[in-house]
Ligand binder design. Structure first.
Ligand SMILES: Cc1cc2nc3c(=O)[nH]c(=O)nc-3n(C[C@H](O)[C@H](O)[C@H](O)COP(=O)(O)O)c2cc1C
Length: 162
């Protein structure tokens, strides 16, 4: 028997990401994002949904780029720090000693410990309701060597995502 389910979390299995952003003064921040995913195969594009009240929101608006990270299941501390604390209150990345390097192609930080980091330039955005969806052109993908399969494509079966 089928019944009507709640519309709010109909797509339950979207991978959760940590999205890093940087403001024009060079301050880094990151937040957990569940609203997002692939949105173009050619050219490769992904989207991330950010609520305007987040501290990260003005940073992505200001700087027009982001880095989307996939997390290993073991990275619970990073996940909790980015998903529960706000950059409005403290520098959470510094507080949790999160090691970052500069993006190769975009002006935002790459979290070294994450198995996948996708550098993107924002090419468009759309306010859908609660979230603004930022469409990012994929500029560079960092990945742990051991998770790559044929043609250097990420083999999702080799990832144990959070
Ligand atoms: C599982 C989970 C999913 C989340 N998904 C989103 C999301 O898609 N978009 C968003 O703006 N915030 C989302 N959040 C909330 C932000 O990650 C959280 O409010 C964060 O502290 C904001 O940080 P900031 O104020 O420094 O930007 C999510 C949090 C969790 C724990």
């Amino acid at each position: 028997m089928k019944v009507e389910a709640n519309k709010v979390n109909a797509l339950v299995d979207m991978p959760k990401m940590v999205v890093s952003v940087r403001d024009n003064a060079g301050n880094d921040n990151a937040l957990v994002v569940a609203y997002g995913g692939n949105c173009s195969y050619d050219p490769p594009m992904i989207m991330v949904g950010i609520v305007p009240s987040r501290h990260s929101y003005h940073m992505i608006k200001e700087n027009g780029c982001f880095v989307a990270h996939l997390l290993d299941a073991s990275q619970t501390e990073l996940y909790e720090c980015c998903g529960q604390k706000s950059g409005k209150d403290s520098d959470k990345l510094k507080d949790y000693n999160v090691k970052m390097t500069d993006g190769k192609k975009v002006n935002a930080g790459v979290i070294e410990a994450c198995p996948v980091a996708i550098e993107c330039t924002v090419v468009d955005s759309i306010k859908t309701g609660s979230h603004e969806m930022f469409i990012g052109k994929v500029e560079y993908v960092h990945a742990d060597k051991e998770i790559l399969g044929d043609d250097d494509k990420i083999d999702m079966a080799k990832l144990n995502l959070i």
